[in-house]
Ligand binder design. Sequence first.
Ligand SMILES: *[C@@H]1O[C@H](CO)[C@@H](O)[C@H](O)[C@H]1NC(C)=O
Ligand SMILES: *[C@@H]1O[C@H](CO)[C@@H](O)[C@H](O)[C@H]1NC(C)=O
Length: 283
Amino acid sequence: MGFLALVFLQLLVVGKCYGRPATFLQDFRVTWSDAHIKQLMNGSGIQLTLDQTSGCGFASKSKYMFGRVSMKIKLIPGDSAGTVTAFYMNSDTDTIRDELDFEFLGNRSGQPYTVQTNVYAHGSGNREQRVNLWFDPSADFHTYSILWNRHHVVFSVDDTPIRVYKNNMIRGVSYPTSQPMGVYSTLWNADNWATRGGLEKINWAQAPFLAYMKDFDIEGCSVPGPSSCPSNPSNWWDTQPYQQLSPYQARKYKWVRMHYMIYDYCTDKSRFPVVPPECMDGI
Ligand SMILES: *[C@@H]1O[C@H](CO)[C@@H](O)[C@H](O)[C@H]1NC(C)=O
Ligand SMILES: *[C@@H]1O[C@H](CO)[C@@H](O)[C@H](O)[C@H]1NC(C)=O
């Protein structure tokens, strides 16, 4: 009886952390324009709308200290130039901001979507990288995820790493380890910079612009929550297999960098005459 009760309790606890995916309203709240976010499939998915009146956005109800967040996203099809769909984590602290960004930059029909990633750690950002996707991200749902632990941050697309930011604190490089972050998403008009550096403007004749998200999965230590959670070595995202890329993941990451990377701040001599220290890693 005592044993069964214990097993049951563990199931409850585990169920709370790992009973995924969640519905939209379990994890998130709308932060910008309710009218532009429509729940679908009984709340397991949503439709985001950008039109001439507004874009929209949402945020997680909790913040998290380490973990992995993922969702499936189907981006705006056709002429999406000037639009940006973002999915990111943010500490919400102005001056010492930590932020991990995925930004999907729309393009003219037939031109490739670009994914920009950026990392802010303890207030310092300017670490943009850009890759073009190797598939049409508006034709179907694909999984986008951010893994964040003490060892590294890994941005992945369908389990292919497209960006790794290692913990190089030992070399004096800032790394997010001291503040919890929330999960955010927005869809907005960024035609002053997004597509070909702002040359391509939004074609409002194509509005409304629609993006879809589903299968929300946040696994991490919520804050506020048990204070022992973030340092519990049995959190799966902290275990050995997640402390570095596997040889297979490393090969895929190299393949993305060789064939699809179109911009890397690490090699932008005009912005950084001195190569930033975290770039010395190689890959
Ligand atoms: C929709 O979700 C609610 C709350 O999670 C649940 O009670 C209900 O059975 C679901 N309905 C369908 C059709 O899945
Ligand atoms: C859009 O397409 C152009 C032309 O192929 C390409 O140079 C650019 O990198 C693409 N992405 C963005 C965000 O401009």
